[in-house]
Design a protein around this ligand. Structure first.
Ligand SMILES: NC(=O)c1ccc[n+]([C@@H]2O[C@H](COP(=O)([O-])OP(=O)(O)OC[C@H]3O[C@@H](n4cnc5c(N)ncnc54)[C@H](OP(=O)(O)O)[C@@H]3O)[C@@H](O)[C@H]2O)c1
Length: 258
């Protein structure tokens, strides 16, 4: 399958080799194909350097503009800085993304105030929804945003099974992403579909907590595990009970509580 990756940072350079190992063709993308990426912890190769290196290993990889990658991909990953994802996808082009599944793992982070970020959009809307509102004919699935790049494609680096969240409005797209990309290709056993794309709000708003934990444990190798109460059953009845008791219940329930 042809995978188009919008972006060329740490996540793009982690997803791409995994996709290639699985037998896919991959195009990663940047505004300047010869620019090295400066990260806090060092440098990443430019797109041209990355393509040259991976091609020497015999993989079918290429580099291009955001529009090239969107045109190339049958499935697209949004691996851009969340505060600039709209510009990046606009450069990728509405028609090049039309009808395709876009896996959005970006977070709308603002680190200008320090190592624990604020969000450039939150509460009543998520980055994924702002993108979906513009790219109406693209099937956006939020996934993989709440853990470090190296865990995305290799959950086995964690000592126990943890939960991977996802959300989206297109049921068919979510089923394909869950079964093929997340479970079959990346090896996730426990994927929780949170429902409509509005659930991406919570997935993104978790990031300040993620950054605080990271500051304490000094490693990005961690993730969430859901542990149910002894009396709860992981049945639909159990989940309904949890939902009714939770703060994310309906407005009706919230009113009743007040
Ligand atoms: N790193 C992680 O472990 C991790 C984990 C979970 C989620 N995420 C999320 O995944 C996304 C990618 O993260 P990352 O660490 O790989 O890289 P990043 O540094 O957050 O983003 C890199 C990409 O964003 C693009 N970009 C930056 N400014 C832009 C602008 N003004 N216009 C258009 N494009 C712009 C860059 O384009 P150029 O290549 O042209 O410079 C580059 O390809 C982020 O949203 C991040 O929050 C990251």
């Amino acid at each position: 399958m042809k995978i188009g990756i919008i972006g060329s940072g740490q996540v793009a350079q982690t997803i791409a080799p995994k996709m290639l190992e699985l037998g896919n063709e991959v195009m990663i993308s940047a505004r300047d194909l010869s620019a090295e990426k400066k990260e806090d912890w060092g440098k990443l190769p430019s797109v041209n350097m990355w393509v040259a290196e991976i091609s020497r290993k015999g993989f079918k990889a290429s580099g291009g503009s955001f529009a090239d990658a969107a045109r190339f991909g049958e499935v697209i990953f949004n691996c851009t800085e969340g505060s600039h994802s709209m510009e990046a996808l606009q450069a990728a082009g509405y028609d090049n993304l039309k009808g395709k599944i876009l896996i959005d793992l970006a977070n709308p982070l603002d680190f200008s105030g320090g190592p624990v970020p604020t969000l450039t959009v939150c509460n009543s809307i998520s980055l994924s929804e702002t993108l979906q509102n513009v790219f109406k004919e693209t099937k956006i699935v939020k996934a993989l945003n709440h853990l470090a790049a190296e865990i995305m494609t290799n959950p086995g680096v964690l000592e126990e099974d943890t939960v991977l969240f996802m959300a989206g409005n297109d049921a068919g797209a979510k089923t394909w992403v869950m079964d093929t990309v997340l479970k079959k290709w990346f090896g996730w056993k426990n994927v929780m579909d949170l429902g409509a794309l509005s659930s991406a709000r919570g997935m993104e708003m978790y990031l300040p907590l993620w950054a605080t934990i990271y500051g304490l444990v000094k490693t990005p190798d961690f993730n969430i595990k859901l542990v149910m109460g002894k009396k709860s059953k992981a049945s639909s009845a159990g989940r309904k009970a949890v939902k009714e008791r939770s703060l994310v219940g309906t407005g009706h329930n919230n009113k009743r509580r007040q």
